[in-house]
Design a protein around this ligand. Structure first.
Ligand code: BDR
Ligand code: CA
Length: 310
């Protein structure tokens, strides 16, 4: 076990969400990450519901990390949730104990992020696994934080097609303006999008193994049974765990440094991440894009990581 000194300090911005719940479990139990703050944003379900879910997860895991509530709606886009995928509450299928609300800060997520970033001796890594509304406001309101952010490792975007619209991935399509601000910010970005999320699968036989991996495994199994992000029988997509996997096991990914621009004006392509792998736009790279993942190795890593959640 490594010492606390070597832990990488991160802030996770999240909207649990079943796949968020698993990503949070892995990050919170990792002995190589120090989760300094969890911030919430409307996405899979409402801000109130995702905040409640975050508190429920922390209580269930027995982890003490401050939580700050962020934006209840996108900057300009009309808010449309994904309760069709994650269930009405966002985390249906498991009977969580009543959440301890003590970790909930009064500060807005954007202010809490600024404070944690500015107070940290080491540069902080931001890990958004939801719409980028809070992160965009942080970068616009408090530009001084940019220097102190090591990188932004996000789950979001797609090189090819979408899962919210024809060309838009859910986290980017939920708040395209926010995503555009983040990609234009100049802060180093890692984009783990659908291209890897669609291959980061938990197969039925994995779910059966996970069921016997302690209380976190039991919880995961029961959430998986209700998760419509893929199918329990053919493979559940662990989108958000890809961002955490990039931090802990980057060798799982094939990465290309390239230019990414978020389409804002397209009549049918709004929210698309135009990933310019061939350099048509003649712009300098602004992101490392995960173009592929070793799906088999991911499954092994994922199960080992859930097993380690004790
Ligand atoms: C993303 O959308 C959400 O529903 C998931 O939690 C993930 O962050 C996948 O497109
Ligand atoms: Ca999410």
């Amino acid at each position: 076990m490594e010492t606390d000194m070597k832990k990488r300090p991160i802030i996770i911005d999240t909207d649990p969400g079943i796949d968020d719940a698993l990503a949070l479990a892995i990050a919170l139990f990792s002995d190589r990450l120090e989760v300094k703050l969890l911030t919430t944003v409307a996405g899979n379900v409402s801000l109130e519901a995702v905040t409640e879910n975050t508190l429920k997860l922390l209580t269930f895991f027995g982890k003490k990390v401050p939580v700050a509530k962020g934006c209840a709606e996108p900057l300009l886009e009309t808010f449309v949730d994904a309760s069709n995928v994650h269930g009405k509450t966002g985390m249906e299928g498991y009977d969580f104990p009543a959440p301890d609300t003590a970790p909930l800060l009064e500060e807005h997520a954007v202010n809490a992020m600024r404070r944690v970033i500015m107070e940290s001796e080491e540069p902080i890594t931001l890990v958004p696994i939801a719409a980028l509304t809070n992160i965009a406001l942080l970068l616009k309101l408090y530009p001084e934080v940019r220097e102190k952010i090591r990188e932004i490792v996000m789950m979001g975007g797609s090189i090819t097609r979408g899962n919210k619209g024809v060309m838009s991935e859910f986290n980017i399509g939920t708040d395209p303006e926010a995503a555009a601000i983040v990609f234009k910010s100049g802060v180093p970005i890692v984009m783990a999008g659908l291209d890897v999320g669609l291959k980061a699968l938990v197969l039925p036989e994995d779910s059966e193994e996970i069921l016997h991996m302690g209380k976190v495994g039991d919880m995961a199994y029961h959430l998986f049974k209700r998760y419509r992000g893929g199918s329990f029988g053919t493979g559940l997509k662990m989108y958000d765990s890809c961002a955490v996997a990039y931090l802990l096991k980057p060798e799982l990914f094939t990465v290309e440094e390239t230019y990414v621009e978020v389409e804002l004006a397209g009549t049918v392509t709004r929210g698309c991440t135009a990933v310019d792998l061939k350099g048509y736009l003649r712009q300098k790279p602004n992101a490392k894009v995960c173009v592929d993942i070793d799906g088999e190795a991911f499954r092994v890593w994922f199960k080992q990581s859930i097993q380690a959640c004790v």
